[in-house]
Write a protein that binds this ligand. Structure first.
Ligand SMILES: [Fe+2]
Length: 287
């Protein structure tokens, strides 16, 4: 196994992992990957031709697994098993969704900067995203380093943030795009949850901003003032020096640590199929 950092400046942010087949991962391999992701936050494994079962088995070596309860498709509507988040523009028959399809419009929320499952009481630790079909152009995923964003705040700004608690919900992130068409059941299922604005990595002890488009307010703050601070911090945290773009190739597997990063998908031709399968490891211990 060879791990090479991306050249994105002085920080350790992003690495490629080659010479390794995830279907044959040993305990030593898993430890090396954990150590690399603690350092680099995003790992790119090119050319991993896998199915959902192989992806799930590999992912589960890193901790307890999430179910895809954040997807809008209910059980009978789902294209994929509930162990797999469906990051695609396809319906259950594999056809490209119509432009005004509700599931497609909901999915556009993935194009806002976010941390996966920050809207769940126990949010995501790692996400693993496997590219099965990619469009000819567009559809990159961009990643932003929330450790570097924290480090670049001055002491006064850090002190203002460090004890704040935010409310996260998919109702907020979709609402930011004007998608308000939620059922009563969805409003209950995705009721806001509280998350700290600043996290500390349990192993590296690095602090990071825990930002996400799912944030709707800060506890005990007036909503407009809260949203302004979150908007300011998000602008700061997604400056070019903290960001890199991943241009997908078929069979790339990309794994990232949601505790210390944000990401967003970029636009692409909505008539072209784009099919990525995500498995998600939860944060067993929230820190
Ligand atoms: Fe995501």
């Amino acid at each position: 196994m060879e791990i090479n950092s991306l050249s994105t400046g002085n920080r350790n942010f992003g690495a490629t992992v080659t010479g390794f087949d995830i279907a044959d991962a040993s305990e030593n391999d898993i430890q090396a990957i954990e150590s690399a992701i603690d350092r680099c936050a995003v790992l790119i494994f090119p050319d991993q031709q896998i199915d959902d079962a192989q992806q799930y088995i590999f992912s589960s070596k890193f901790g307890s697994m999430e179910k895809a309860t954040g997807d809008i498709a209910q059980n009978h509507e789902r294209r994929l098993a509930l162990d797999i988040n469906d990051i695609s523009n396809l319906d259950r028959n594999g056809s490209v969704l119509a432009r005004d399809d509700r599931a497609r419009l909901f999915g556009l929320g993935n194009m806002l900067w976010h941390s996966d499952s920050s809207f769940k009481p126990i949010p995501a630790k790692y996400s693993l995203l496997s590219a099965r079909v990619v469009p000819a152009t567009g559809g990159n995923t961009e990643f932003a380093d929330m450790r570097a964003a924290w480090d670049a705040l001055n002491t006064e700004q850090q002190n203002e943030c460090k004890d704040l608690v935010c409310e996260h919900s998919q109702l907020y992130s979709r609402g930011a795009l004007g998608f308000e068409d939620f059922t009563a059941e969805e409003r209950i299922k995705w009721a806001p949850v509280n998350q700290p604005l600043v996290r500390q990595h349990p192993k590296t002890k690095a602090h990071s901003l825990y930002l996400s488009s799912h944030i709707g307010t800060i506890l005990d703050w007036p909503v407009p003032e809260a949203r302004l601070l979150i908007r300011d911090l998000t602008e700061h945290a997604t400056r070019l020096e903290f960001v890199f773009a991943h241009q997908w190739k078929r069979w790339d597997l990309v794994m990232w640590d949601n505790r210390v990063t944000m990401h967003r998908a970029r636009r692409y031709d909505h008539t072209q199929p784009r099919d990525l399968h995500r498995t998600t490891v939860s944060s067993a211990v929230f820190t």
